[in-house]
Design a protein around this ligand. Structure first.
Ligand code: FPP
Length: 237
């Protein structure tokens, strides 16, 4: 494929990995890595919007991350509180819509209130959608979709044969969003870690050795350039 025949790139999903290692390498506490990682969120969000990407989904906290030390979990939650009050405002002023996916009932109520406020305030922003996966687990998302469908069937609202890919997709947190075209994981790890399992059925994958706090516009643009040269076939010959 040549440069003048680029692949569509509507949606990038990123697993932001390597904050802890970035900090440890510098003799700093892990939270210092998360703080620098939060700065990278702003830089990469703007770079994605400038590149014409319409959806950027970032894995900020997984359902499994609740098992980290109370010190790290509390540190991340307090970082998130600050971010909701300041940095998301900066992002929102650049025309970006912000939404959240994940298990909200696990989060503190003041955090959920701020999230809902930002979602409402940015609903008409159409430059790009930034979707933050927070307390998110893909298997949990799929199970809650199956439960919703089972409830509808039990009530007699749908028949088993009504259940199809479209209906199932519409029961996921990501309904109304196109599937990711490209999934990026930073820090050299090559795992999917319970992230968007249903949605990545035909996504391209890119594993970058760069630790998330070091990610910037150049890192992202180089990955987009690599993606543009891939041949996507969606199972066709
Ligand atoms: C993975 O690195 C990163 C996380 C679990 C948290 C990601 C959070 C941020 C980038 C900052 C907060 C974001 C927002 C939107 C406020 P790791 O800790 O697993 O790194 P390691 O594998 O090197 O230990």
């Amino acid at each position: 494929m040549t440069d003048n025949k680029k692949n569509t790139l509507q949606h990038i999903a990123i697993i932001m990995d390597g904050n802890g290692r970035w900090a440890t390498k510098r003799g700093l506490p892990r939270l210092a890595g998360h703080k620098k990682g939060a700065e990278a969120v702003k830089i990469v969000t703007e770079a994605a919007a400038e590149a014409g990407v319409k959806y950027l989904t970032l894995y900020a906290f997984s359902t499994e991350n609740w098992q980290r030390s109370p010190e790290e979990v509390n540190g991340l939650m307090s970082l998130l509180r600050d971010y909701l009050k300041t940095d998301f405002k900066e992002i929102q002023e650049k025309g970006v819509r912000i939404r959240f996916i994940g298990e909200r009932h696990m989060l503190a109520s003041d955090i959920v209130e701020e999230m809902e406020k930002i979602e409402k305030q940015t609903i008409n922003n159409d430059r790009m959608t930034l979707c933050i996966a927070l307390s998110y687990g893909s298997r949990q998302e799929i199970v809650q979709a199956a439960r919703k469908i089972a409830t509808l069937a039990k009530r007699g609202d749908i028949l088993p044969e009504d259940v199809d890919i479209k209906m199932f997709s519409d029961m996921l947190y990501t309904k109304d969003m196109p599937d990711p075209d490209l999934v990026i994981r930073s820090s050299g790890e090559q795992r999917i870690s319970n992230y968007l399992l249903w949605q990545v059925a035909y996504a391209e994958f890119y594993f970058s050795p760069v630790l998330w706090p070091d990610f910037n516009k150049e890192t992202l643009n180089a990955i987009i350039e690599d993606y543009n040269h891939r041949e996507r076939r969606y199972g066709k010959a």
